[in-house]
Ligand binder design. Structure first.
Ligand code: PLP
Length: 383
């Protein structure tokens, strides 16, 4: 059936019916009381999810826009920036800082591993000139979750600001912006927040505002002072994607109604089921359990099998879309997302499709081994 799809890529993710319905409301003018009221509600709800009392702004652009806004407002040309890189999106953050004239000091961790706090501690001690530290909460290219609390504790001992890319983590994996010392936290609509692409969100700490005010980088659309001024009246500096704001308000309601703890526990359960299933099918996980993401799982392709060909079969014959590898992992891994509007049966469908495609590709696979392993997790029978 042509219209039946199971979208299991790490963004965009499926949109719940209540969110789709909210987005179909008639558009309203954005310089109105009605919009101001919605924008205020959205801000308060985002503060709960970010666990912050800081300002939170919504921009009409994809997640990279929030990352650029974070950098453009805190990095002046010539500043030393420490980039903690665990994959493709860590690299992107470093590239943005370089584009704004920073002297970027990179620490590259092996793809599939997380940030080693000891290395960060040493680097910060050796280089007191570091002004900004860039980190990724959830590295989508590998499926690694970094220890932001640990990184935050180290950065908090220095005058540096901590900028965190939480694009694929926020809403799926806990983050406590204030308690963990995250100065600027970025995220986007199309991942765990269950919306189509088009919005990004950014929180800004009091410590960061001092830097923002004196920043020498050029900025216009991404000017945080301009956005803050507009937000005094619960407006946005430029025309917002009003329909997406309606959807965001509804999506945040769904998250808060389920409860943050429950949302995180659901993601952890789905991740555990996928990992159990993958292992039972004799495939290798890219990331060890200790730092494995609850939002998506990276899997090495079976030996002597065209992994992108396998994904093609899964998509064309079963309607299930997995993501491929990025950068150095292109053609070597596939990624199964289980974030946002995802539940147990999504995992069952994904694993079942994977089993069939493996069998079709001639891999030695015991049909039912993966689905059974996932079921055991859901029934509370797995360790
Ligand atoms: C961790 C991470 N950072 C940044 C981005 C970039 O976001 P966007 O594609 O919305 O610009 C993504 C998108 O996949 C991501 O997963």
């Amino acid at each position: 059936m042509r219209d039946k799809h199971y979208l299991m890529v790490p963004g965009p993710t499926p949109v719940p019916p209540a969110v789709a319905a909210a987005m179909s409301r008639p558009v309203i003018g954005h310089r109105t009381e009605d919009f101001a009221q919605i924008n205020r509600q959205i801000t308060e709800k985002l503060q709960k999810i970010f666990q912050t009392e800081n300002d939170v702004f919504v921009f009409t652009n994809s997640g990279t826009g929030a990352m650029e806004a974070a950098v453009a407002n805190t990095v002046s040309p010539g500043d030393t920036v420490l980039a903690l890189i665990t994959g493709n999106f860590g690299e992107r953050f470093a590239k943005i800082a370089r584009a704004y004239g920073a002297k970027v000091m990179e620490i590259n961790f092996e793809w599939g591993s997380d940030v080693d706090l000891k290395v960060v501690e040493e680097k910060l001690a050796e280089h007191p000139e570091i002004k900004v530290v860039l980190a990724t909460q959830n590295e989508t290219s590998t499926g690694v979750t970094n220890n932001i609390a640990g990184i935050g504790a180290l950065v908090a001992k220095t005058p540096a600001l901590l900028l965190v890319d939480g694009v694929s983590g926020v809403g799926a994996i806990e983050i406590k912006a204030d308690e963990w010392g995250v100065d600027l936290l970025c995220t986007a609509s199309q991942k765990a927040l269950m919306l189509p692409p088009g919005l990004s969100m950014l929180s800004v700490s009091a410590k960061a505002w001092e830097v923002v005010k004196n920043n020498r980088s050029p900025r216009f659309y991404f000017s945080l002072p301009a956005q803050k001024k507009a937000y005094e009246k619960w407006n946005t500096a430029y025309t917002p994607a009003v329909s997406l704001f309606f959807g965001l308000d509804a999506a945040l309601d769904l998250i808060l109604a389920e409860g943050l703890e429950q949302v995180y526990a659901r993601h952890a359960l789905l991740a555990k089921a996928v990992r159990n299933a993958v292992r039972s099918l004799g495939l290798k996980l890219l990331v060890e359990d200790r730092c494995a993401s609850n939002a998506l799982t990276g899997v090495w392709g079976p030996e002597e099998t065209d992994v992108d060909g396998l994904r093609k079969v899964i998509k064309q014959q079963y309607g299930v879309t997995f993501a491929g590898g990025q950068g150095i992992l292109k053609g070597k891994i596939f990624r199964i997302a289980h974030m946002g509007f995802a539940d147990k049966m999504d995992v069952m469908i994904a694993v079942s499709a994977l089993e069939m495609a493996l069998a079709q590709a001639g891999c030695s696979v015991e049909l039912g081994a993966g689905t059974r392993a996932a079921q055991e997790v859901f029934l509370g029978r797995a360790e």
